[in-house]
Design a protein around this ligand. Structure first.
Ligand code: FES
Length: 106
């Protein structure tokens, strides 16, 4: 199990048991995390899976790729640690990862 801590747009904190190999977006949608619509199903073409990665975790998660960066330009409340959650695949190294769903995604 790879635990992921989600902070929902209203501030609710939920700790979810994820699975290595799944993305953070898949983990969120399977658990009904608020604010992760994932309209494109993970094809990196909608930005409705935007999350802000906790700064303590960002080095392990890594920066967005070029396509992802271009899409993030259209998202609201983007920060230097913003990522599209469909582009973050869970590994053992990410056990305990904490991400926040922006308030604009209520
Ligand atoms: Fe559409 Fe992530 S689900 S960009």
């Amino acid at each position: 199990m790879t635990k992921v801590e989600f902070v929902e747009p209203d501030g609710t904190v939920r700790r979810i048991d994820g699975r290595e190999g799944l993305t953070v977006m898949e983990t969120a949608t399977r658990s009904g995390i608020a604010g992760i619509e994932a309209e494109c199903g993970g094809a990196c073409s909608c930005a409705t899976c935007h999350v802000v990665v906790d700064p303590d975790w960002f080095a392990r998660v890594g920066p967005p790729g070029e396509d992802e960066r271009e899409l993030l330009a259209f998202a609201r409340h983007v920060t230097p640690t913003s990522r599209l959650s469909c582009q973050i695949r869970l590994t053992g190294m990410l056990d305990g990862l904490r991400v926040t769903v922006p308030r604009s995604q209520r």
